[in-house]
Design a protein around this ligand. Sequence first.
Ligand code: ISE
Length: 333
Amino acid sequence: MSLKIGVIGCGAIGREHVRRLTDLVPGAEVVAVADYFPEAAEKVAAQYGIKAYATGEELVAAPEVEAVVITSSDPSHAGYVLECLKAKKYVFCEKPLAQTAADCEKIIAEELKAGKRLVQVGFMRRFDRGYVAMKELIDSGKLGAPLMIHACHRNVSQPAGFQTEMGVTNVAIHELDICRWLTGEEYESAQVLKVRQSANSKGYDNPQIVLLETKSGVRIDVEVQVADCYGYDIQCQVVCENGTVNLPDPAAVVTRSDASRSFPILTDWKDRFIEAYDIEFQEWVKAVTAGKLTGPSSWDGYVACVTADTLNRSRGTGAFLKVETIEKPDLYK
Ligand code: ISE
């Protein structure tokens, strides 16, 4: 028997996940879709011979839907997650879990009422082989304690409507999660800096530098360049006491020609972590089927949102602000 899944959001990543769940994830069956634009859902439904619901709420309530995947626009995530929790259905929500820490707290409160983990957040980098190998090495202690992380997150361009704050809530949020995961530490303080601006910025800050300090004093800097005009480039270097470890670039053929050596850089973020997304959903379906979630939790989504809120509040103040969270409930320990 396969897990019957409904997908809310039929944009680019939603369609990718429907394909992935249908073709690459054993034990999964997408049975329904919904989208804010009904035509988008109907198109996907016709392609796969499945049902299109007029609204996400109807999809969540549908008796044949056992678990839900949310890939709709960022501001709609929290509302749909809460609907799923009320219906006691497992839900996978793309990042960010919510737009604000306050909405994450509502989600946590509902999940606590349910008495078990029902929510997983789409921090797919935790399933990327490169990051996993880095974490294994750091955790082995061979390199000594981590001291610093230098990271960068570069996108080719942004769609119309992109705003400065989204450089943190929608883009750097991946680093906010992965640096916490790599170091196994919580953040003490955070600050975002506006630096010399690129002529490629269109009404938003670009680049920005995110600075974080963990409880033990690990310093993290993340260059966030949301319109670099050359490629989707994700870099991460963890500097430890006795050595450093770098995230590998994705495999690519190297060409030697015209007295130079070169390899292509991806441009679409959906391709950069394509294998991580596959593994993430394979693991999620296994975990839901077994009734025990193990991937990134509402708590992880909450901490990322608190940190993002703190960073956005710090903009223009020239100061590090304290990252303040509620006490971690036992459910997430
Ligand atoms: C997108 O949602 C992602 O998850 C990508 O990793 C990020 O680079 C992109 O800017 C986001 O819009």
